[in-house]
Design a protein around this ligand. Structure first.
Ligand code: G4P
Length: 188
């Protein structure tokens, strides 16, 4: 279902960026998100997980359906703080190569306590900076990331290798080998 959606509804912005705003980043294909959540739940069923974590905003839909399928709480890491976000905050700086932006990834410690077994779900894996930001906050919290579930991995960028080299269990539902205006090639 996901590969069909990518081929039929995905568009190459250039050789690095795949636009999927018709079903994942802007308009959301809810039945597809439900199937994605169920697939992640099946893959990570034996990990003894206690909590799902994602980063706002496009990770929320797949992460919510994963949390529903696994019967676990979902925590959304924030990219912006505000006056009403008080309490004991854990923070780290994340630089986005794709978007050329930088943000303070933030979570309240009470929603990411110590001793948790975390599954990170996100929409894209490129160079892995967002995932490393999450790993940093989970470590600060005294918890452990036990798996990383990615909807679309850009296999031509370094994120997958960097995470696997750290011993992470990374499960990407679609791995893109290359993007061009004429074709989208899968890695496997
Ligand atoms: P990294 O975390 O793996 O290093 O990725 P990078 O910094 O390069 O990119 C981070 C942001 O760019 C993420 O969005 C991610 O979803 C988005 N992104 C990366 N590659 C692509 C792509 O090929 N297509 C699309 N559509 N997005 C891509 P974000 O800043 O977290 O925004 P949001 O959409 O979650 O709000």
């Amino acid at each position: 279902m996901l590969k069909d959606a990518i081929l039929e509804r995905g568009k190459a912005l250039n050789q690095d960026v795949l636009l999927v705003d018709s079903f994942l980043n802007h308009q959301v294909d809810v039945p597809l998100m439900k199937a994605i959540g169920e697939e992640f739940a099946k893959h990570f069923a034996d990990k003894g997980l206690t909590r799902i974590v994602t980063i706002e905003s496009s990770g929320i839909a797949p992460a919510a359906f994963t949390a529903l399928a696994m019967g676990l709480p979902l925590v959304i890491m924030k990219k912006q703080t505000s006056k009403i976000m008080n309490g004991n905050l854990l923070q780290t700086t994340v630089c986005s190569f794709t978007k050329g932006t930088q943000y303070e990834l933030t979570v309240k410690h009470e929603f990411l306590p110590a001793g948790e077994k975390i599954l990170l779900i996100d929409d894209f894996l490129a160079s892995g900076e967002a995932a490393f930001g999450v790993l940093n906050l989970v470590q600060q919290a005294g918890s452990e990331v036990c798996g990383v579930g990615i909807v679309i991995e850009k296999a031509f960028q370094s994120g997958h290798k960097r995470l696997v080299d750290m011993g992470m269990d990374v499960y990407s539902l679609a791995r893109i080998a290359s993007v061009s205006p004429d074709s989208i090639e899968f890695a496997d």
